[in-house]
Design a binder for this molecule. Sequence first.
Ligand SMILES: Cc1cc2nc3c(=O)[nH]c(=O)nc-3n(C[C@H](O)[C@H](O)[C@H](O)COP(=O)(O)OP(=O)(O)OC[C@H]3O[C@@H](n4cnc5c(N)ncnc54)[C@H](O)[C@@H]3O)c2cc1C
Length: 535
Amino acid sequence: MYGHSALSDVLETDYLVLGSGIAGLNFALLAAEHGRVLVLTKKRPVDTNTNWAQGGVAAVLADDDSFERHVEDTLKAGDGLCDKGVVELCVQDGPAQVQRLLDIGVRLDRKDGGQLDLGMEGAHSRHRVVHWEDVTGREIQRALLAAVANHPNITMLDEHIAVDLLSMAKYGGDPACFGAYVLDCRSGEVKTICARATVLATGGTGKVYVYTSNPDVATGDGVAMAYRLGAAVCDLEFVQFHPTVLYHPHARNFLLSEAMRGEGGVLRLATGETFMENYHPMKSLASRDIVARAIDNEIKKSGADCVFLDMTHLDPAFVRNRFPNIAEHCLALGIDITKQPIPVVPAAHYMCGGVKTDVTGATTIAGLYAIGECAFTGLHGANRLASNSLLEGMVFSRRAAEAVRDIPRHRPSQVAPWSYGTATDSNDAIVVALNWEEVRRFMWSYVGIVRSDKRIERAHRRIEILRDEIRQYYLDFKITSDLVELRNLALVAHLIIESARRRKESRGLHFTLDYPDKLPEALHSEIQLTNGPRG
Ligand SMILES: Cc1cc2nc3c(=O)[nH]c(=O)nc-3n(C[C@H](O)[C@H](O)[C@H](O)COP(=O)(O)OP(=O)(O)OC[C@H]3O[C@@H](n4cnc5c(N)ncnc54)[C@H](O)[C@@H]3O)c2cc1C
């Protein structure tokens, strides 16, 4: 069965990987050298944040650059909350990870002389972002999927969504993780999969907000499952809002890369006036949080729907050449970016917090690893430096693949199958859709770019009512992938709210009107279930 040994109705593998983005697939390739790997992905394998990444991967490769500069830029963006040791190890591993991407078969743009072309992005002090046109993520995803497909030790199952993690605590042991219950979205059957190591590579949480650059899969499942199991989660209030997502009635979640401002794009109001000089000396090249807040403020002040990203003063051939896919996408919507300023709004983009891990990707629960965007490693601090996340996915998937090699297998002699209980088929799917919509809207309004105690408390009251309703719905009806995601989305919203409630200061991405200053001491907001794992 699936090339993995089946014990009655329980599937066994060495490494169970949840997610088919950069972190999950790079882990799979490396771990497959010493064990069998089962990769699950809840939709199609290409439905990942990775596939949508445009800008590229940050690494020190230029003669005028240095590890110290990249470390310094990362620490500056992180606003006092980065773990310097983690930043150093990521930055120093950067060139090797770019080489690994090339070895896997990823194409990267080169200059005429053959050297890698290095893009400039906001808050980087040097050109250091390797890229493939403006669709770097798509190219990385393509190459990784091709490599995985050719590996005899890796099996991939699409349309399989992990529902909950398996814990030895349920069998009287320590809360070690030994696999997951997984819903086969096509058949509706829930499978039990046991593994020596279970690896969360489930990506981001953007769908918690109504405006997001993330694809539909970004519902924070890994964070929610890990928290329910009893793992510590950290710094979830630090949600990065990308300043420039296309504002257009027929375009969903289309990002206009940071690199557009890096290459000279300028933000303007509808009147044509620039405004970033009123917010930061780096103007349109200031870090994302500053730019997003400035746009949010200008939109609120003027009542306008959006602001504009202007590329029209740049050489049209350069713009079309450097951003071919963005140019083509916009043109299809009637916007020639070489001639017209592009309407933009901010949107939820990246989760800096996540499941707490050490430098090997190990969480606080034995047997459970977290890598990529769902993990909190200490790299990003209170704000991520652009293009450091694909790098983080590569660095920590490699480290985790090494760390799991010798870990012991935890497993009860008899594993309880999934209990369908008395659940019936849902006849009220509209409830799921409405609750989903409601969470995303109030999170945007109350726990978005600019927060306050009052707004956060409003969100807190609403999420508790909704979580009660969702819990009841979850017990009464057979699970579907929508319901699994809604339950996770609501839990992640709750955790973001709780983290935001605790932070009585403004730092990095967390900006609150009630505490506009930074406290002298930089503290993390760590949360963990105190009453043991909950199913
Ligand atoms: C538009 C956009 C542009 C970006 N540009 C850049 C950039 O230029 N540079 C950069 O460094 N970063 C960029 N980022 C961020 C970066 O793409 C992500 O942080 C990174 O790709 C995350 O990789 P990942 O492997 O952790 O997760 P993802 O690539 O998001 O993969 C997550 C996987 O987990 C699966 N999954 C989730 N839940 C479950 C479940 N319950 N069961 C089974 N499977 C599940 C999903 O289906 C998916 O396969 C960008 C992000 C976006 C959205």
